[in-house]
Design a binder for this molecule. Sequence first.
Ligand code: G3P
Ligand code: MG
Length: 251
Amino acid sequence: MTPWAYPKLFAHRGGGRLAPENTLAAMKAGERAGFRAVEFDAKLSADGVVMLMHDDTLERTTSGRGAFATYAHEDLERLDAGTWFNASFANEPIPRMSSVMRFLHANGMNANIEIKPCPGREVETGERVAAIAKEITRQQLAKPLLSSFSVDALRAAARSAPSLPCALLVEYYTPLCDPVLEELRCVSLHCAHQSVSADMLKHLHQKKLRVLTYTVNDVETATRLFRLGVDGIFTDALPEMAAKFPQALTA
Ligand code: G3P
Ligand code: MG
């Protein structure tokens, strides 16, 4: 296995259940909870700015309406992405990826950037995310890990920033993933924790790939997965996981 720069625990969407997902407040909550690695979702505004957002539509997590991809970044930045979670986060904005990366680096943290393109913008999103990640990490030792469910987005990212590590994100691993894992020289496979098996771990470890699983929110399941040989988990249960696995907070 090649050296691995990441902790076993990643704070899902920045701060898990502690703060509104994919905001700077979430990153700060993750940092305060002791996490040194976060996962977040990145997509493109209509005018090509990479911002953090999970859904293709604005309703669930912001004060906006309609499709994320139809708004320019200035309009997206005016939305309230905090109140849906709790009134104490009112007016928390949708952040740009570049601001979040600066915060993470200033606090000695690393990231798994999940490239989450809006439909039809796979290649452009992969390229932009990779370009920002490459530029921001040029002087840094810690490289963010780029992942995506979209092979087109991941391929575009890998082409734009061949020095950054890539991970294929799937719900269930099948051997049909192998050609993509090889083509993109992925360092890890990320899958739903329900789909992990000892055989699959053995097969992927033999191929020198790490296996990370989402989204693991109880310590019993995390204990079982770590014993089985899983290399990392994404979690929303930050205080519980930090208390149970303090050694997994750092690389
Ligand atoms: O990257 C792991 C996980 O975040 C994938 O699922 O829907 O939470 O982005 P989702
Ligand atoms: Mg995600």
